[in-house]
Write a protein that binds this ligand. Structure first.
Ligand code: ATP
Ligand code: MG
Length: 418
């Protein structure tokens, strides 16, 4: 039997990878313009890193991690998200000693043992960005504006920004109690997971997708009404900065995040087009995380976006790069000339294809069509002698006479001369 990939792990084929590169390139451009530098960290970390950062009582740590014991009896985990590893590296390399304000971005695969479906896989890819060392809400607003700019520049208007504040260790306990008080009277309507969450992590009940739980928590108290004055000021400043930059957003007081390290500002980019996989990007402030991991008391804020979900939203737009020219030959006598011309064109940056197998002219032209070449040319004895040929623009069949040289073809297909 032929071998297949592991369930929930996908191949990205050449048809699709152009779209991925476009997403990655847009992110790099937008993030680097904002002063972010790329960090590349391992996909495998000590399990403890994720338990201590994401939190033991979260879905990720409880159910979704790819954890195993290596040959040296160490418990290791394929990273389920990026922030923990990036902050581990930030602390390990004392990046804060040069400058506590670090702006970092990353991209790469993440691993969660979830039920695979459209927009949800076991290996998926995130692009994320983090700013450390800034308490001021201005950093929150810059991160949100950068995320908004990414979606605008990639050409998507659909995901919209929702923001919330989860408070801080000072005010959250009071909110948690208020929420428990509310849930206590509705216990019988909650799913088994939420009954458990009631004790361990009651805020997560607000994020449960089971219809009964959604209904039971409809009138739940709002976290925004339980913020301490510091958190309230912070949240209203974030909103003011967003207004100053005309960034559209809405407030969703029920938004909680599946990671324990978040404080104050949290946010999601949400779409209605991917069913229950509605979050395309998500993030928030994590003022306690760096010290929790053994580093100095430095605040941070960041987000991660899901590449697969962005790719789904981009739909079937063509991101495949197409040949500029297909060179066909009348017969074998012209193959050397065609090969030399192709070689010269490739060396000067023109994307060109020719027939590899000495097929008939008809089948060569079929291949030019199939490859969606922009131009085609047929080289016969006359063309070799005269050094000129008639080039066909494939989209409309328009014929243009041009020199059969690298320079002549560069001019025709509109590539910059080198
Ligand atoms: P969801 O509510 O859909 O499970 P999440 O809250 O677990 O998302 P985060 O941990 O915040 O998601 O990750 C950030 C982004 O990564 C998500 O907005 C989503 O685009 C993407 N993502 C998360 N899990 C998966 C997955 N299993 N497959 C594909 N993309 C994912
Ligand atoms: Mg999830």
């Amino acid at each position: 039997m032929a071998l297949t990939a592991v369930k929930g792990f996908n191949d990205i084929l050449p048809d699709e990878s152009g779209r991925w590169r476009y997403i990655e390139q847009t992110a790099r451009r937008v993030f680097e313009r904002n002063g972010f530098g790329e960090i590349r960290v391992p996909v495998l970390e000590k399990t403890e890193l994720f338990c201590r950062s994401i939190g033991d009582a979260t879905d990720i740590v409880e159910k979704e991690m790819y954890t195993f014991t290596d040959k040296g009896e160490n418990s290791v985990t394929l990273r389920p998200e990026g922030t923990a590893g990036v902050m581990r590296a930030f602390i390990e390399h004392k990046l804060y000693a040069q400058d506590p304000i670090a702006k970092l971005y990353y991209m790469g695969p993440m691993f969660r043992y979830e039920r695979p479906q459209k927009g949800r896989y076991r290996q998926f890819h995130q692009i994320g960005a983090e700013i450390t060392g800034v308490n001021d809400p201005l950093a929150d607003a810059q991160v949100l504006n950068m995320l908004t700019a990414f979606f605008r520049e990639i050409g998507l208007t659909e995901p919209t920004l929702q923001i919330n504040s989860l408070g801080c260790p000072e005010c959250r306990p009071a909110y948690r109690n208020a929420l428990r008080g509310f849930l206590e009277e509705r216990m019988e309507h909650l799913c088994e997971d939420c009954k458990r969450r009631f004790a361990t992590n009651p805020l997560r009940t607000l994020d449960c997708k089971v219809p009964g739980c959604v209904e039971a928590t409809l009138g739940a108290p709002s976290v925004l009404e339980h913020l301490c004055s510091g958190c309230e000021d912070h949240f209203s400043s974030v909103r003011r900065y967003l207004d100053l930059s005309s960034t559209p957003y809405s407030i969703n007081h029920r938004m909680v995040r599946g990671l324990d390290y978040y404080t104050r500002t949290t946010f999601e980019m949400v779409t209605g087009l991917l069913g229950s996989q509605s979050a395309v990007a998500a993030g928030g402030r994590y003022d306690g995380l760096i010290s929790q991991l053994g580093g100095p008391a430095i605040p941070g804020i960041g987000f991660a976006l899901g590449l697969e979900r962005v790719a789904l939203l981009l739909g079937s737009q063509d991101f495949v790069s197409l040949p500029d020219l297909f060179i066909a030959t009348m017969g074998n006598g012209e193959r050397d000339a065609a090969f030399r011309l192709m070689d010269g064109l490739l060396k000067s940056g023109v994307r060109v294809e020719m027939d590899y197998e000495g097929k008939s002219l008809k089948s060569q032209m079929r291949r030019a069509d199939k490859l969606k070449a922009r131009y085609s040319v047929v080289i016969g004895g006359n063309e070799v002698v005269s050094g000129r040929a008639s080039f066909k623009r494939m989209a409309d069949g328009l014929q243009a006479d041009a020199e059969l040289t690298v320079a002549g073809i560069q001019k025709l297909v509109g590539k910059p001369e080198q």
